[in-house]
Design a protein around this ligand. Structure first.
Ligand SMILES: NC(=O)c1ccc[n+]([C@@H]2O[C@H](COP(=O)([O-])OP(=O)(O)OC[C@H]3O[C@@H](n4cnc5c(N)ncnc54)[C@H](O)[C@@H]3O)[C@@H](O)[C@H]2O)c1
Length: 440
């Protein structure tokens, strides 16, 4: 089939590349001419394991190309995917301006009967809005069927998830559209669930809200563990063995970030509010997360009395490992707070540093290696559990720091390892490890 994907971000580019990999002819459209230029040269605008290789391979095989022109990009399309961003507005609602812009441009340039599939995460009712906009602005007398197909990939393993997802959700009342989309997705060999459009839209928000709830829940339990002398790692393991609970998303840390959970939880609170439902549970989840993001700084302040003039090394800046995405990363909250307290901030990230420079305070100093970042610092904060950060030997902190003081927001080490290395170690939901002789 001939597929056109509109928007080449984490979702659109991964979708386009994956559909070309299973044999379809795919054109990816973006309004960002620089991105399109880069992709034409074989350079992926985002870091995502395996993506650039597959992108190059399918471009070379003639199944994948990139366009800024809707006219060229839509000429042959049997199916059009909308994968543009739906960022958060200041009042928490999803900003739909990219969606409405894409819908109007589709209407002006579509030349044949086509299925338009919304992959972007959009509030319930948005597919009806898209349908209405396209119908209103159509330039040719063609028939358009609009369907919802929410995306569940995780950044950092997006290609893997596309080929190994748990389910593909298709929201449409039109059986012919459903059949065509099932045929399109069949090679992925992932269970397909067809439902109505509004339920499909809601499945995405409900799924993200539920996962965010799990994270805030385990973070709250971790805060209680610290006070009652329990160990969150043991507690989470014991809970996770219960199949009704499941072991995933029970990792205590410094809160969720990224381009989805923060905006989607806020958007769902607004969606509920618009129908006069006060989503109290989700509001608490968001509040708990905001507190959790600041928790490491509180611990440092407790331990050090203040951080003015102290050198603090931040290890890991992206919101999670294996991505360069800095959107809503806890490192932003932490660096802002440390900067406001006049700390001297050194930062290291294996991939995301160039993006971080645009969102972290100006005064942050960047280093190329963990060693350079840690050397001579007064305290280290581990913010993202990239493999090389997790595997960095604790003994090296001993050699590189005046007094090795570590605040680990990702529980990268066991308490035994910390005690053995003789470092002073504060993690999440566990006892502090304080070597004898350390000043407290
Ligand atoms: N990032 C994720 O992990 C993820 C996962 C599931 C769902 N989603 C959802 O998918 C959607 C896209 O997310 P993303 O992270 O890929 O966004 P992104 O910001 O990385 O990319 C969006 C792209 O769309 C382009 N764009 C904007 N308006 C356009 C237009 N009118 N025509 C063509 N291109 C246009 C932008 O230039 C940009 O390249 C969002 O609704 C998001 O909530 C994201």
């Amino acid at each position: 089939m001939n597929i056109t994907v509109i928007g080449t971000g984490y979702v659109g580019l991964v979708t386009g590349v994956s559909l070309s990999e299973i044999g379809h002819h795919v054109t990816c459209i973006d309004i960002d001419a620089h991105k399109i230029d880069e992709m034409r040269k074989g350079i992926s605008p985002i870091f995502e394991p395996g993506l650039e290789e597959l992108m190059r391979k399918n471009t070379a095989d003639g199944r994948l190309n990139f366009e800024t022109s809707y006219e060229n990009g839509l000429a042959q399309a049997d199916i059009i995917f909308i994968a543009v961003g739906t960022p958060q507005k200041s009042d928490g609602h999803a900003n739909l301006e990219h969606i409405t812009d894409a819908a109007k441009r589709i209407a002006r340039h579509v030349k044949r009967d086509t299925i338009v599939v919304t992959k972007s995460t959009v509030p319930v009712g948005t597919n009806d809005l898209i349908d209405g906009l396209i119908t209103e602005h159509l330039a040719e007398p063609v028939s358009i069927s609009v369907a919802s197909n929410p995306e569940f990939l995780r950044e950092g393993s997006a290609i893997y998830d596309t080929f190994h997802g748990d389910r593909i959700v298709i929201g449409t009342a039109d059986q012919k559209t459903a059949k065509t989309l099932e045929e399109l997705f069949r090679p992925f060999q992932i269970p397909i669930y067809q439902t109505d459009v509004r339920s499909a839209e809601m499945i995405k928000y409900a799924s993200n809200a539920f996962l965010a709830t799990k994270i805030s829940f385990i973070n709250e339990i971790s805060n209680i563990c610290e006070k009652v002398g329990a160990d969150i790692e043991a507690v989470a393991y014991g809970m996770g063995q219960d199949k009704r609970i499941g072991s995933q998303f029970l990792k205590a840390g410094i809160g969720y970030g990224g381009s989805c959970f923060p905006k989607d939880t806020n958007a769902l609170v607004q969606i509920a509010g618009n129908v006069e439902h006060d989503f109290e549970l989700l509001k608490s989840v968001i509040k708990v997360n905001n507190n959790q993001q600041a928790m490491l700084v509180d611990k440092a302040l407790n331990r050090l009395g203040g951080v003015m003039g102290k050198t603090i090394a931040l290890l890991g800046l992206s919101f999670k490992p294996n991505t360069d995405d800095m959107r809503e990363a806890p490192s932003i909250v932490i660096a802002d707070r440390l900067a406001a307290l006049d700390a001297h901030i050194i930062a290291y990230d294996p991939i995301a540093a160039s993006h971080a420079k645009h969102v972290l305070p100006q005064a942050v100093e960047y280093k190329e290696t963990i060693e350079e970042a840690v050397k001579g610092s007064d305290a280290v904060m581990i913010l993202t559990d990239w493999a090389n950060i997790k595997q960095f030997p604790l003994a090296a902190y001993q050699n590189l720091m005046k007094t090795p003081l570590i605040f680990d927001g990702r529980n990268c080490y066991t308490l035994d390892e910390a005690a053995e290395a003789g470092v002073e170690y504060y993690s999440v939901g566990r006892k502090a490890v304080v070597p004898s002789g350390a000043i407290q």
